[in-house]
Design a protein around this ligand. Structure first.
Ligand SMILES: [Zn+2]
Length: 170
């Protein structure tokens, strides 16, 4: 299972032997003509990466659980879909692990009993920095803040990856 952050941080599905899964929303979140997007398309073409849309039933469970753990405002549509698909595959008896750098996804995955793994455990040593922003008035917030709505205008905050930094070189 690969989320947006996995692609942005340089994960290439050809690193692993198993088939990888993702959701249509991740494709939409990756910038056109970027290296992550190129890797995404190449993996789909080679049959390494399968794009599956999770069913509503699982999206509803994820929405409920992420509300309970307080991460709902921090999850994008793609993040929710990744979690829902992981849950769906798990219920179908598969053994999914979400590869993600995203703390909110890790939190909710934990709560759902889904395995997750940071990229560093695969030898990729990038760290993703997030920014929290208001899509209506543009005000920015520190990404570690637990607020979900804009203090200025009350709009629900969105989150996006700001940059990645190389942590360690072998
Ligand atoms: Zn605002």
């Amino acid at each position: 299972m690969l989320d947006t952050s996995a692609f942005i941080c340089g994960f290439d599905p050809s690193y692993i032997n198993e088939e990888a899964y993702t959701v249509p929303e991740v494709e939409a979140e990756l910038l056109e003509n970027s290296l992550p997007k190129l890797r995404f398309y190449m993996a789909v073409e080679s049959g390494k990466l399968r794009i599956i849309e999770p069913s509503h039933q699982y999206l509803n469970i994820v929405r409920e659980v992420s509300g309970e753990v307080g991460d709902i405002g921090l999850l994008s549509k793609a993040d929710m879909a990744i979690l829902a698909l992981a849950l769906q595959l798990k219920e179908a008896g598969q053994n999914p692990t979400i590869i993600t750098e995203d703390y909110s996804i890790q939190n909710v995955a934990e709560k759902l009993g889904i395995k997750h793994m940071p990229l560093a455990s695969l030898g990729i040593r990038y760290q993703l920095h997030w920014t929290l922003y208001c899509p209506a008035c543009g005000k920015r917030y520190p990404s570690n803040q637990k607020i979900t709505t804009c203090e200025r205008c009350g709009t629900e905050l969105k989150r996006k990856p700001l940059k990645k930094t190389l942590i360690k070189r072998e």
